[in-house]
Design a protein around this ligand. Structure first.
Ligand code: FES
Length: 242
């Protein structure tokens, strides 16, 4: 029996919500597994990794994730966990790098997640390591309106199908200007201006939007329209070219 079935979440007589849902560890764990472990999650904006080899550190639920743009321009969402003994391979918020080297024993990964170098591979492993299977664990990635989404579920529907009619609401915020939007770092939860407005209004205006509510932008940057005055902000660390 799921944690949420142990008691009525919503009292249909009064419309009241059982406040145990806010503190129940079992519900939290179930959310992490069934929602954050499977849903398409918003993990950033394309402009946060605008150049080849840019990367940006974020989270999918509790999982640390590196959003990268490889040298071919492709986006990747990589679990920030070395395949050797689980050490984090990236320890900063963002940057530009072709490789990530684990500081524990030196395993080195390309920014598309491929394991490229293992120190002492012949001496310690007798060249028997199956390196192609030991790359960083990668989530599925897709974008909509410049927003980068990722999911751990290999069998998840396409992002377009998942968003469905909710795309209209995203369009009203993120696609309302021809010049598009740009995210300005550094990451700061208190500066989530446009995102916060969307976050608070969306669930109250539609029943379809909860499908895209598992937002992972607690550490997001501020989003502004390209070409706005905020582009010149001293806080802007991303490219300001449009
Ligand atoms: S834990 Fe990363 S190289 Fe050993």
């Amino acid at each position: 029996m799921g944690a949420t079935q142990q008691y009525a979440i919503i009292d249909s007589e009064t419309g009241k919500i059982d406040r145990r849902i806010f503190i129940d560890q079992a519900i939290y764990d179930e959310e992490m597994a069934k929602i954050f472990g499977r849903a398409w999650l918003m993990i950033g904006h394309e402009s946060l990794v605008s150049k080849a080899n840019d990367f940006f550190h974020t989270y999918m639920g509790e999982d640390p994730v590196i959003l990268t743009r490889d040298s071919q321009g492709r986006l990747h969402a990589l679990l920030n966990m070395c395949r050797h003994r689980g050490n984090r391979v990236v320890r900063c918020d963002d940057g530009n790098a072709r490789h990530f080297m684990c500081t524990y024993h030196g395993w080195t990964y390309a920014n598309d997640g491929t394991l490229e170098y293992v120190p002492g591979e012949s001496e310690a492993y007798y060249n028997a390591l199956d390196r192609p299977s030991l790359g960083l664990i990668e989530a599925r990635v897709d974008t909509y309106a410049g927003i980068v989404f990722a999911t751990w579920a290999a069998d998840a529907p396409s992002l377009e199908a998942y968003l469905g009619d909710a795309r209209w609401y995203l369009d009203t915020v993120f696609n309302r200007r021809d010049c598009g939007m740009q995210a300005l770092g550094p990451m700061n939860g208190s500066s989530l201006s446009i995102g916060r407005r969307w976050w608070t209004t969306a669930p109250t205006t539609t029943t379809s939007l909860p499908a895209i509510c598992p937002v992972s932008w607690s550490r997001a940057a501020t989003l502004v329209a390209r070409g706005s005055r905020m582009r010149t902000s001293s806080r802007a660390r991303t490219s300001t070219s449009s």
